[in-house]
Design a protein around this ligand. Structure first.
Ligand code: ZN
Length: 416
């Protein structure tokens, strides 16, 4: 049968032109309906992933086509809310489990047009980035969110901006980056003291049974009292009791308080029993010596004692701004370390080469000058004796308070 035959047979079977017209209209309307259905079909969200720690988190979620997220912040608890068009979520429950800064992830349909994703945070945070990007290798788009632990003041500031702009929502990413923390505001010089170890992580143990976590806490409490007497500072502690704290949680607490200085207190053991004396450590990718490297390695194992898997999450993006801040912070850490050594030298004994450096995770806040002080070494009986002596500890605390005063004065003179 040829094409011509079909046409002829159609006409012959008596279908009128009007009927054909009706059929055409029906066909066109069918096509239109299916088109409109396609555009109102829900977005498909899948492959939710988040990685990071208590100070920084990156969240990525894929979409079949370009989403138009509107986001805003809520307090009590601190939350990020992202509204999307109607969305079908296909997410792996395992990926939604609390980790790092994010304690809870929820999603669902708000009304016929809106679906909502809610991330609850451990504490105040800011959004460093919230972008929709076209996938390079696969079809579709992805939503990328960078959250950073921040202070209550910074969170409130972001809330304020959001209220001013579009009522309750905004679609454009803010530029509320780390650098903004330096915006002028009336704040007292803030010190965060970090008593090393705690809870399940006892730290080192001396020959006469002294446990590092207890000595660091006792000393930190004494230092806090000293600082409270000596100057107009805000002083906070990462822990005030025998409690386990992750290393990144200690860093998050420093950021939450917008610390101007972070001092981590330790009294470890060292391989060579003859070695003794106070040591001040600053952060470096490369260790100053083998002992410093070994010490940093041991300290960084602290999280594993509590069975925590460490995601060595290298920040994928080399951020120039963060890099600049990090470099400036490093300069401040170095100058505080030097002045601290000058003070300790005259009151308590120092190790040879008392300023050392290594890759301590607890010193990694990019915007908080940080040092780790080994008051002495529990592997050395004389050091252990001193660490147990309240008079000696008083002198050491005085020296640290003097160095803090000098550092705070220099910082205030330079304009905060
Ligand atoms: Zn330690």
């Amino acid at each position: 049968m040829s094409l011509a035959d079909i046409k002829c047979s159609g006409v012959r079977s008596g279908i009128s032109p009007a009927a054909i017209g009706r059929l055409l209209i029906f066909a066109v309307s069918l096509i239109l309906m299916s088109l409109s259905q396609a555009s109102s079909a829900p977005l498909e969200a899948r492959d939710y992933k988040m990685a990071g720690d208590a100070t920084h988190m990156r969240v990525v979620m894929n979409f079949d086509r370009e989403p138009e997220p509107k986001w805003f912040l809520l307090r009590g608890p601190h939350r990020l809310v992202i509204d999307l068009g109607q969305t079908k979520f296909t997410l792996d429950a395992k990926e939604l489990k609390a980790r790092g800064l994010v304690t809870n992830v929820r999603y669902g349909q708000l009304d016929e047009e809106t679906s909502r994703l809610i991330l609850t945070s451990k504490g105040p945070f800011t959004i460093e980035k919230l972008d929709v990007l076209q996938n390079e290798d696969t079809p579709g788009y992805r939503l990328v969110i960078d959250m950073a632990a921040a202070s209550e003041r910074q969170f409130e500031e972001a809330l304020g901006i959001q209220a001013q702009t579009t009522g309750s929502t905004e679609t454009t990413p803010t530029t509320d980056r780390l650098g903004k923390a330096a915006a002028p505001h009336n704040k007292r010089f803030t010190v965060v003291i970090d008593p090393g170890h705690g809870g399940i992580d006892g730290g080192a143990e001396g020959l006469n049974g002294t446990v590092e976590k207890s000595i660091t806490l006792a000393f930190a409490l004494e230092l806090r009292a000293k600082l409270a007497q000596s100057g107009p500072y805000n002083v906070y502690m990462t822990r005030e009791r025998d409690q386990f704290l992750r290393l990144d949680e200690r860093v998050r607490i420093a950021r939450e308080h917008e610390a101007d200085l972070f001092i981590s207190i330790h009294a470890d053991t060292i391989r060579l029993k003859g070695i003794r004396g106070a040591t001040v450590y600053t952060l470096s990718d490369r260790a100053s010596d083998a002992e410093a490297q070994a010490l940093a390695d041991r300290e960084n194992l602290s999280d594993q004692l509590a069975g925590i898997e460490i995601e060595e999450e290298k920040q994928e993006v080399a951020d120039i701004l963060v890099d600049l801040i990090r470099r400036e912070t490093h300069g401040f850490s170095m100058s505080f370390a030097r002045s601290l050594i000058g003070e300790l030298e005259s009151t308590v004994g120092l190790i040879n080469n008392p300023h050392r450096f290594a890759g301590f995770r607890v010193l990694k806040a990019p915007d908080v000058p940080s040092v780790l002080v080994e008051l002495g070494y529990l592997s050395n009986p004389e050091d252990e004796e001193q660490l147990r002596d309240p008079d000696w500890r008083g002198k050491a605390a005085d020296s640290i308070a003097n160095a803090v005063a000098a550092f705070a004065a220099a910082k205030m003179a330079a304009g905060g």
